[in-house]
Ligand binder design. Structure first.
Ligand SMILES: Cc1cc2nc3c(=O)[nH]c(=O)nc-3n(C[C@H](O)[C@H](O)[C@H](O)COP(=O)(O)OP(=O)(O)OC[C@H]3O[C@@H](n4cnc5c(N)ncnc54)[C@H](O)[C@@H]3O)c2cc1C
Length: 624
C-alpha cells in the first residue's frame, strides 16, 4: 500500500496558542513548515476563559509581540473589552487584560496563518515520532502518512489521552468535545520520554437571556485603550466595548457544594491528574477556605455574536444536577439556563526539566516542546513558549545557536527557566512575584527589552525596526535633555510649583529633578519647558516618566542583574561528572544530574542545591 511521504523543515504538532506562535515563527524565518491539528476549525481555540492577558500574562503577550509574535496583534483585532489592571499601583504590576470574541479570535488567527507563505495547516492526528539514533527525523500520522522533518515542536496542549469529567460522566475527548489525541504518548514513552498526568477545569457557560444583570455589578472597559501590540495605536483599534458583570457565591452555594463533595470526582480520587493551585475549582475554594462566606464570580461575554457567558471563578467537575443547584443560588442566576456544563480535563504532559533552556529535549536532538504539554497553564504561557520553541527549531535547522531569553530580560525567560530548572508539581501559572526584576520587566517596556532580539533573528522587519529605533532614540535623547535643562528658582517657577502644591525650589534644579517629584510629571512641567520637542507619543512620555521617577530603583535592579549575568555566564561543561566534585552533597549531585544545568546561575536555582554546593562547584570548575 502506497504511503504518503512529505518533506518539511519544521513540523509543529498542535495549532493551539503555542503551536500557532511556533509555526508562524519558523515559517517567517524562511523555513518550510507544517502545523497539525485534530480540527482545522479549532485553531487558537480558547477552551476556557475568554480573555487574553491579566496580571503578568499581559507582560508575556507584550513580550511575544516585541519579539515579532502574533498573539498581541490577534487580540487587538478581536477584543470586546480592554482594561489596564492594577493601574492605581506601580508600573511593575500594571497589566493589560482584554476580553476576546472567541470565534473571531480563532478566525483571525487562521486567516493570518493561511496567508503565511511557508506555512501549511493540516488536519490529522500525529501518532508517532520518527527518531533515529536520538535524532528527530519526522512524524507519522494515524493514517500512516510520513512527514520527514529536520525539527519538530510538540504543542499538544490538553489533548494527549484527554478525558473530560463531571460527576461520573467521562468523555474520552479533548476540550469542547473535540477528538482527543490518543496515540502519540505511547510513541513518546517508547523513545524514553517521561509522561505524567495533569488536569485543569473550566466553568459552565450560561445563556445571556436567562441572566438578571440588575443583581450584578457592571464591569466596564477602560475609556482609553492601550493596545497589546506595539504596532498599534489606540486609534487603530478603538471600538465599542461590551461589559462584564460581577456577582458572588453565598452560604447557600457553599452548603450545596459541601453536601455533595463526595460526588466530586476531584474529591473521590476519580480524577488522577494534578490541578493548578492558582486556578482552583469552586470545590477547592469552598473546602480549603471555609471561613470565606462568598467568592467573586465574573460573568464574561464569550463574544459579540453569541449568547454564551463564561462564569469566571466557578470551574468545577461536580455532577450536572449539583451544577444547576449551586449556580441558581447566585444573585442574578436564579433562573439561569446552562448552555455547557463545567468539567475537568485530564491529559498527558511531560516534565519540562527534560528540556534544555532552548526547549529542545535533552535526549532527542531536533525535538522541541512548548505550551501546556510542558506543564504550564494559560494561553499566554503557551504562546510564550511556542514562539521560543519555533525560533529555536528554525535556528536548529539553520545550524545556528539557540536564543534563550534570561530572567533579567523577560517574563518569557522567567517562565522557561522556572519550567526547565524547577520541577513543577502542578500546572505552572505566571505571576509577577515569580520575577526578581519586576521593575525592569514591565509590560510597557517589553519592546525596549526584546525588539532588538526579534530583529536580529528575522521576525521584526526593517520598517517596524526603524520605527522602534526612532522611539528609543526619542526616549533616550529626551531624558538626556531633561537632565541637562536647569530651571531657575525664580518667581515664575515658584508660582508654577505652588499651583501644583509642590514645594518651592531653594536653588536651580533640572527638569528631571522636578519630574521626579511624585506630584509632578513630564506632561505637567511643560509650561516650564518651552524647548521640548513636539508630537511625542503617550508611550514615549510614559517611558520618560517611569525612567526618571523610578531611576534609583531601576539602577539598583540593574546592578543586581549584573551579578545575575555573571553567574549565568559561568557555563558548566555538558560532560561534567558531578560524582567527581568533592564535598558536593548527595542531594545536590542527584538534582544536578537530573537537571543538567547549563550555567552556575541555573544550578543555583535548582531546589535542593544549596549556596554551599554552588561554591564547591565553582571551585571545582575554576580548578578544571
Ligand atoms: C477545560 C479546560 C480548562 C482550562 N482552564 C484553564 C484555566 O483555568 N486557566 C488557564 O490558564 N488555562 C486553562 N486552560 C488551559 C488553556 O486552554 C491552555 O493553557 C492553552 O490552551 C494551552 O495552549 P497550547 O497551545 O499548549 O494547547 P492547546 O490550546 O490545548 O492546543 C493544542 C493543539 O494541539 C493539537 N493536537 C494535540 N495533539 C495532537 C496530535 N497528536 N496530532 C495533531 N494535533 C494535535 C490540537 O488539535 C490543538 O490544536 C484550560 C483548558 C481546558 C481545555
Amino acid at each position: 500500500m502506497a504511503v504518503v511521504e512529505e518533506y518539511y523543515d519544521v513540523v509543529v504538532v498542535g495549532a493551539g496558542h503555542a503551536g500557532c506562535e511556533a509555526a508562524l515563527a519558523a515559517a517567517r524565518m524562511g523555513l518550510k513548515t507544517i502545523v497539525f491539528t485534530v480540527s482545522m476549525d479549532s485553531i487558537a481555540l480558547m477552551p476556557c476563559n475568554p480573555n487574553v492577558g491579566g496580571s503578568s500574562k499581559g507582560h508575556l503577550v507584550r513580550e511575544i509581540d516585541a519579539l515579532g509574535g502574533e498573539m498581541g496583534k490577534n487580540i487587538d483585532k478581536t477584543y470586546i473589552q480592554s482594561k489596564m489592571l492594577n493601574a492605581s499601583k506601580g508600573p511593575a504590576v500594571h497589566s493589560l487584560r482584554a476580553q476576546a470574541d472567541k470565534v473571531e479570535y480563532t478566525k483571525q488567527m487562521r486567516l493570518t496563518m493561511q496567508k503565511e507563505e511557508n506555512l501549511t495547516i493540516r488536519q490529522a492526528e500525529v501518532s508517532e515520532l520518527i527518531i533515529e539514533n536520538d535524532v528527530l527525523t519526522g512524524v507519522k500520522t494515524f493514517s500512516g502518512a510520513i512527514y520527514h522533518a529536520r525539527a519538530a515542536v510538540l504543542c499538544t496542549g490538553t489533548y494527549l489521552k484527554a478525558r473530560c469529567i463531571y460527576g461520573d460522566v467521562v468523555n474520552h475527548t479533548g476540550p469542547n468535545g473535540l477528538q482527543a489525541a490518543n496515540h502519540l504518548s505511547e510513541s513518546m514513552k517508547e523513545n524514553g520520554i517521561y509522561i505524567r498526568r495533569f488536569k485543569t477545569g473550566t466553568p459552565a457557560r450560561l445563556d445571556k437571556k436567562s441572566i438578571d444583570f440588575s443583581k450584578m455589578e457592571e464591569q466596564k472597559g477602560d475609556e482609553h485603550i492601550v493596545p497589546f501590540s506595539f504596532t498599534n495605536t489606540e486609534e487603530d483599534i478603538k471600538r465599542e466595548q461590551i461589559s462584564c458583570w460581577l456577582t458572588y457565591t453565598n452560604e447557600k452555594t457553599h452548603d450545596i457544594i459541601k453536601a455533595n463533595i463526595d460526588r466530586s470526582p476531584l474529591y473521590s480520587g476519580f480524577i488522577e491528574g494534578t490541578g493548578p493551585r492558582y486556578c482552583p475549582s469552586i470545590e477547592d475554594k469552598v473546602m480549603k477556605f471555609p471561613d470565606k462566606n462568598r467568592h467573586q464570580l465574573f460573568i464574561e461575554p464569550e463574544g459579540e455574536f453569541t449568547n454564551e457567558m463564561y462564569m469566571g471563578g466557578m470551574s468545577s467537575s461536580l455532577p450536572e444536577d449539583v451544577q444547576y443547584e449551586m449556580i441558581r443560588t447566585v444573585p442574578g442566576l436564579e433562573n439561569v439556563i446552562i448552555t455547557r456544563n463545567a468539567y475537568a480535563i485530564e491529559y498527558d504532559c511531560i516534565s519540562a526539566i527534560d528540556l534544555k533552556p532552548s526547549l529542545e529535549f535533552k535526549k532527542v536532538s531536533g525535538l522541541f516542546s512548548a505550551g501546556q504539554i510542558n506543564g504550564s497553564s494559560g494561553y499566554e504561557e503557551a504562546a510564550a513558549q511556542g514562539i521560543m520553541a519555533g525560533i529555536n527549531a528554525a535556528r536548529k535547522v539553520k545550524g545556528e545557536e539557540p536564543v534563550v531569553i534570561d530572567r533579567s530580560e523577560g517574563y518569557i525567560g522567567v517562565l522557561i527557566d522556572d519550567l526547565v530548572t524547577k520541577e513543577t508539581a502542578e500546572p505552572y501559572r505566571m505571576m509577577t512575584s515569580r520575577s526578581e526584576y519586576r521593575l525592569l520587566l514591565r509590560q510597557d517596556n517589553a519592546d525596549l527589552r526584546l525588539t532588538d532580539i526579534g530583529h536580529e533573528i528575522g521576525l521584526i522587519d526593517e520598517e517596524r525596526y526603524a520605527k522602534f529605533c526612532e522611539k528609543r532614540e526619542q526616549i533616550n535623547s529626551e531624558i538626556e535633555r531633561l537632565n541637562s535643562v536647569m530651571i531657575g528658582a525664580n518667581r515664575n517657577t515658584q508660582e508654577f510649583l505652588l499651583s501644583h502644591e509642590s514645594s518651592e525650589l531653594k536653588t536651580a534644579a533640572s527638569l528631571s529633578e522636578l519630574i521626579r517629584r511624585p506630584e509632578l510629571s513630564y506632561e505637567m512641567v511643560a509650561p516650564l519647558d518651552p524647548e521640548r520637542p513636539e508630537g511625542l507619543s503617550s508611550e514615549v512620555m510614559n517611558q520618560i516618566n517611569i525612567s526618571i521617577k523610578y531611576e534609583g530603583y531601576i539602577v539598583r535592579q540593574k546592578q543586581q542583574v549584573e551579578h545575575f549575568k555573571k553567574l549565568e555566564k559561568r557555563r558548566i561543561p555538558a560532560d561534567i561528572n558531578y560524582d567527581e566534585v568533592h564535598n558536593l552533597r548527595k542531594e545536590a549531585i542527584q538534582k544536578l544530574k537530573m537537571v543538567k544545568p547549563e550555567s552556575i546561575g541555573q544550578a543555583s536555582r535548582i531546589s535542593g542545591v544549596s549556596p554551599a554546593d554552588i561554591s564547591v562547584l565553582m571551585v571545582y570548575l575554576s580548578a578544571k
